[in-house]
Unconditional design. Structure first.
Length: 683
């Protein structure tokens, strides 16, 4: 028996930008998880603020002025009476709050500390000198990609670069006992506070706060970037709520001219207000003693425009595969460099999630009727079915991630574009192994039993994009790097925790940048605030706009068919609710025609490869908040019939007032001769 261990869960959680001061809470069930088989309610739907966890409806996504609500990340603290020896844990743990008794002592308060920052401007680019995306390969053998903003010097450690290209408001501490009456902003005017080694709150007036407007003359099309969000406490629980910023982007003006916005990923001279950083806590007992808490991490990223659509490969799947194959997470599944063919997969946990991902993406793409029938057929498979009768030839259906040549085969599942240096998407090696185990009869029906904290760790990452990190939306290829994690997970820490750098805030000086270069893939340096989001697109708007459909890249077969990039995270084609029609006799709704999720003025193109996006990146910067959401019909109140039904996922809350170009059934093909419009820069 050891002393009680306290851990923050989820280990990593995600806030999402919005244009409203209001917010809702991030999903805490997995997208694509069938929660209620009677109603057909799928999981992954965000919840309203408050403690009752009521799921949102279509009318809850925008405020009364039609501004897009931000998605907040919620963190909890769990207590464990035993050190962790295995995964799932031998001790499922329990959530603790103010007033709870632990080992005879009453919890009087919880002190939460968060430090959010943005290092995108002081990092390496996503593409190499040839404009190619190599992912983590570009960091092998001591190499790195080219540097962003090279005019400020070509060493990330330079003082000027760290001072001017990093957005850093410093740390903040908030007391759970404030009960939601206090909100602390990550801006230039809210004082920096931190927890010292004794678990006490200290102020740091000398922290070198830095925002772009401190150093540059800027173009601010959506207003000045003056905050990275705020923290508050959930009323009645003491849980931490982190709310991200407002989706703003700014660029440096040189001689009165704004920086170019012409690249889908790397745009020098630009900033955005995404961020990330550690979430730490100290528990204060009634006898004035304290207990440390194993911390988590928060990331602010793009809005989740299809919160109930699961990615076939999620961030969880990539992280899980990394932990299985490299960090000894489940030796019974994988050890000594190979998978154990006697290990039994779980149909509910390991197989159904993949089928759900394939099934639900029909609502975000323009699959032909044959493709829809195929996905519906896959979804109809039950645990009691004989896999070999349902899928006569497994190997011809699912792309094998272990065979490089299959990266170029566009006829297998998953039907989507691949990762850097891969033409088409593959499931992870662990997913492929578990699917094969099910196919071979080595499976059980029941889901894997996780503790409540462990389940939060998993479902949060399941709601995020995986597989195609080019660079991605939520996180990127760094989740496949063992150096990204705390590897000594058995005992106190537990798995899936970011390898955060312990920071000595007492040493901060006003005239010196505090944050260092930090984490670099395939190196051992620990992770600092801003080190997760820095590997994403700068600004995020350009990547989101461009990633509708593309030719495969690389394209060894010179295939001009257009495939989807991230349909679960970035819907391409949608069914607007207001285009559906109601039949009073049958009391059913029928779908209308599909539209592009990005549509109207500025999106038209005669070239299929350019449809469903703005032709000029700056137009999306100005209109990103108009994009609608794809959610299940039972959460959408209708003028007739109550709602649109569990069997339909429809677009709601879109502010586009133009139907845009006609959506053609897939497959579509690119046409030669496209040229970027002449005037595509910032206005």
């Amino acid at each position: 028996m050891t002393d009680t261990i306290f851990r923050v869960h989820p280990t990593i959680n995600f806030a999402r930008v919005g244009s409203s001061k209001e917010y809702y809470i991030a999903p805490e069930t997995a997208a694509g998880e069938l929660v209620d088989k009677q109603t057909g309610l799928f999981g992954g739907l965000p919840i309203k603020t408050g403690t009752e966890d009521t799921v949102i409806e279509a009318t809850d996504l925008r405020d009364k002025n039609q501004n897009l609500l931000r998605q907040a990340a919620r963190f909890r603290i769990f207590a464990y009476d035993q050190e962790q020896k295995q995964y799932p844990s031998n001790d499922p743990g329990r959530e603790v709050k103010i007033g709870d008794n632990v080992n005879g002592k009453t919890i009087k308060d919880i002190l939460w500390m968060v430090h959010a920052a943005n290092k995108k401007g002081n990092n390496y680019s996503i593409t190499n000198t040839e404009g190619e995306e190599e992912g983590i390969v570009s960091y092998e053998h001591g190499n790195t990609p080219p540097i962003r903003n090279p005019s400020f010097g070509k060493d990330l450690a330079l003082v000027e670069r760290r001072q001017k290209l990093v957005i850093d408001p410093g740390p903040r501490v908030i007391k759970a006992s404030s009960g939601g009456t206090e909100t602390l902003a990550f801006n230039a005017t809210t004082p920096s506070t931190y927890l010292n080694d004794s678990g006490q709150i200290e102020g740091q007036a000398n922290y070198p706060v830095s925002f772009p407007s401190d150093h540059f003359t800027l173009l601010n099309p959506l207003g000045d970037i003056d905050t990275l969000g705020e923290i508050t406490i959930e009323k009645g629980t003491g849980r931490l709520i982190f709310i991200g910023a407002y989706g703003k982007t700014s660029c440096i003006k040189t001689d009165g001219k704004p920086a170019s916005l012409s690249d889908p990923i790397d745009n020098n001279g630009w900033f955005d207000d995404t961020s990330d950083g550690p979430v730490d806590a100290v528990i204060v007992f009634g006898d004035a003693t304290t207990a440390s808490v194993v911390g988590g991490w928060v990331v602010t990223t793009d809005p989740g425009y299809a919160p109930q659509t699961r990615n076939v490969v999620s961030t969880w799947d990539d992280a899980y595969s990394t932990w299985i194959e490299n960090l000894g997470l489940i030796p019974g599944m994988y050890s000594a460099g190979k998978y154990n063919n006697s290990f039994k997969a779980s149909f509910d946990s390991d197989v159904l999630s993949v089928f759900h991902g394939a099934f639900l993406q029909r609502w975000n793409t323009n699959l032909p009727s044959g493709g829809i029938k195929g996905h519906d057929y896959i979804m109809s498979i039950k645990p009691s079915d004989d896999p070999k009768k349902k899928i006569p030839d497994f190997k011809s259906l699912i792309r094998d991630p272990n065979i490089a040549a299959e990266n170029d085969e566009g006829v297998k599942m998953p039907l989507a574009l691949g990762d850097a240096m891969k033409s088409f998407l593959s499931v992870t090696p662990t997913q492929y192994f578990l699917l094969n185990q099910w196919y071979a009869g080595q499976s059980v029906d029941a889901a894997v039993a996780l503790g409540a904290g462990e389940k939060l760790d998993k479902v949060v990452l399941e709601n995020c994009l995986g597989g195609r990190y080019s660079p991605g939306i939520d996180l990127t290829f760094i989740v496949r790097d063992v150096n990204f994690y705390k590897q000594n997970w058995k005992g106190v820490i537990g798995p899936f925790r970011v390898n955060g750098q312990k920071l000595n805030y007492a040493t901060a000086q006003k005239d010196q940048p505090f944050l260092q270069v930090g984490y670099i893939p395939l190196r051992t340096a620990a992770v600092e605030p801003g080190d997760l989001c820095k590997f994403m697109s700068l600004p995020w708007h350009t990547d989101y706009n461009s990633c509708a459909t593309h030719e495969p890249d690389p394209n060894p077969s010179e295939n001009n068919t257009l495939y989807w990039s991230w349909p679960a995270q970035r819907p391409v084609n949608v069914y607007p609710a207001d285009k559906c029609t109601y039949d009073a006799a049958s009391k059913t709704w029928s779908l209308g025609g599909q539209l592009f999720s990005l549509r109207g003025k500025g999106t038209h193109s005669d070239y299929p490869q350019q449809e469903g996006r703005y032709q000029c990146y700056f137009d999306f910067v100005e209109n990103w908040h108009k994009v609608g959401f794809v959610i299940q019909g039972i959460q959408v109140p209708a003028t007739e019939g109550g709602n649109y039904g569990a069997d339909k996922f429809v677009e709601v809350a879109s502010l586009f007032d133009d139907d845009g170009d006609i959506v053609q059934p897939w497959p579509t093909a690119s046409l030669p001769g496209y040229q970027t419009p002449d005037d595509c820069g910032p206005k």
